[in-house]
Write a protein that binds this ligand. Structure first.
Ligand code: FE2
Ligand code: FE2
Length: 476
């Protein structure tokens, strides 16, 4: 029999005295483990991995490092401690006490948000499941698995909310989260970007840089929620999420570092010559950036959105760092945007509440730019004359007001034919994908080695050296 204990499932929600939640989790947890074994990382399940586990929300407990086998990872349930007297920070209920239970009139909307967020967590594990076979180093392999187990924990976090606050249909939704599959024709994951396989390590780094960063902003907006359990759950998730973006940002940085350093050393700068050195050339890096950035921009939803307005009005989902804004009701302001009309862009002022997705996207774009600036400083430090650029937010969009148009990288509207003619210069072509994959045929299992196409990290994990055996690839 499966007995749920505080020891098995570290938590700060008094699980051991909550019979109802225990019963729900006793049924769900074995299904989760089945899903993990079936759809989690391929291979490596019986190997010792140097992982951090959250065992409490205190600073000394939330990041506990040790060797562990992934199926034994203690997926826990953690909420930031309750702030007594917390009030709604925005919307129509601004200043009123926050909700500890789901308000009936907003139940469906809230459930939809929790389910959509929850669905992305296992989806990304599924997308990345094959990457263990081609890791550029044990350090990177360990980081991949760290991200994977924590996305698993984020699924737990959302399932806790569904089981605790949404009754029978919450339990059904929790089961569906384990039933959908990334890329499956019949039962796909909810959001488009989560149905594309992350088929090699460059995509993994771009995904953790750009797509996980969308996650950070969605969580930051939910952390403002007037539904207090959602706010407290997402606040704790954000502490883990920071590492995922570190993996992406420094992963790409190490690739451009290696390429630029070798270009200078060998005095080569054309694509063919750089590829002959077994490196990922910078124009190809730009194409992957264009692809993952544009896919991730879509995840913020439509520029003009009545759903976003309702989320804000009701107090369910705010803006990232709501306290930095002066007007928390946003009833009178407007947001200027360029709307495509009959083949041209027309400036329009949209009521601010309807533009909340765009406000969140602004914060995201700025954060991405900060990362790109860092990459460019590294390229420049090697004396290489090349700059990576974020394309216009209108480029290659599939959701929102720019979905129906084609643009160039600067966001100028062009014909579909013109786009098709340039596509392979702007986005990874089949040949680019084949080339990038060809570099990643063999995994590196020697802790002292790093794949040729990527620089070693500056530091190891938790004070360990870079060449530490982060994954023991021999069975113990
Ligand atoms: Fe996550
Ligand atoms: Fe993440």
């Amino acid at each position: 029999m499966n007995i749920i204990t505080d020891d098995k499932i570290p938590n700060n929600v008094q699980l051991s005295s909550d019979r109802r939640l225990q019963r729900a989790l006793e049924a769900w947890q074995p299904q989760f483990l089945d899903w993990w074994k079936q759809m989690g990382p391929v291979g490596w399940q019986d190997k010792d991995i140097y992982l951090r586990t959250a065992i409490s929300v205190e600073t000394d407990g939330w990041a506990h490092f040790d060797y562990i086998k992934m199926p034994d990872y203690r997926w826990g349930i953690f909420l930031e401690p309750k702030q007594e007297g917390r009030v709604h920070g925005f919307g129509d209920n601004h200043g009123q006490p926050v909700w500890d239970e789901v308000p009936g009139e907003h139940r469906n909307m809230l459930k939809r948000l929790v389910v959509t967020q929850g669905d992305t967590e296992p989806a990304s594990v599924e997308q990345q499941r094959m990457l263990g076979a081609t890791a550029p180093s044990l350090y990177d392999l360990r980081n991949l698995f760290q991200v994977n187990v924590e996305e698993g924990r984020h699924l737990w976090a959302m399932v806790y909310l569904l089981h605790t606050y949404f009754g029978r249909d919450g339990r059904e939704e929790a089961e569906q989260l384990l039933a959908r599959r990334s890329g499956d024709v019949d039962k796909p994951r909810i959001l488009g970007a989560f149905n594309e396989p992350t088929s090699h390590w460059l995509s993994f780094f771009m995904f953790t840089m750009f797509t996980d960063r969308d996650g950070k902003y969605q969580l930051a907006a939910l952390a403002e929620s007037g539904f207090d359990p959602l706010s407290r759950t997402t606040r704790f998730m954000l502490t883990e999420e920071a590492h995922h973006m570190f993996v992406g940002e420094t992963g790409v940085l190490r690739v451009v570092d290696r390429t630029a350093q070798q270009m200078t050393e060998h005095k080569k700068d054309d694509v063919a010559a750089v590829r002959a050195l077994g490196l990922i050339d910078l124009p190809t890096m730009q194409k992957y950036l264009n692809l993952w950035y544009s896919l991730s921009l879509d995840l913020f939803g439509g520029e003009i959105s009545s759903n976003a307005a309702s989320y804000f009005a009701t107090g369910i989902k705010g803006r990232a760092k709501e306290e930095q804004f002066e007007d928390h009701e946003a009833l009178t302001g407007s947001y200027g945007m360029d709307v495509p009309k009959e083949g041209a862009l027309v400036h329009e002022d949209v009521p601010l509440r309807n533009a909340m997705n765009e406000v969140l996207r602004d914060a995201y774009v700025e954060d991405c730019q900060r990362g790109v600036d860092k990459w460019n400083r590294t390229i420049k430090s090697h004396g290489v004359d090349f700059e990576l650029k974020l394309p216009s937010r209108r480029f290659h969009r599939h959701i929102g007001i720019y979905a129906g148009i084609c643009t160039d990288l600067n966001g100028t509207i062009i014909t579909k034919e013109a786009f098709e003619a340039k596509k392979d210069e702007w986005l990874p072509s089949e040949a680019d994908k084949t080339y990038v994959k060809s570099l990643m045929q063999k995994p590196i299992w020697d802790p002292k080695q790093m794949a040729n196409w990527i620089a070693a990290p500056k530091q190891g994990i938790k004070g360990r050296p870079v060449d530490f055996e982060y994954v023991r690839h021999e069975p113990s």
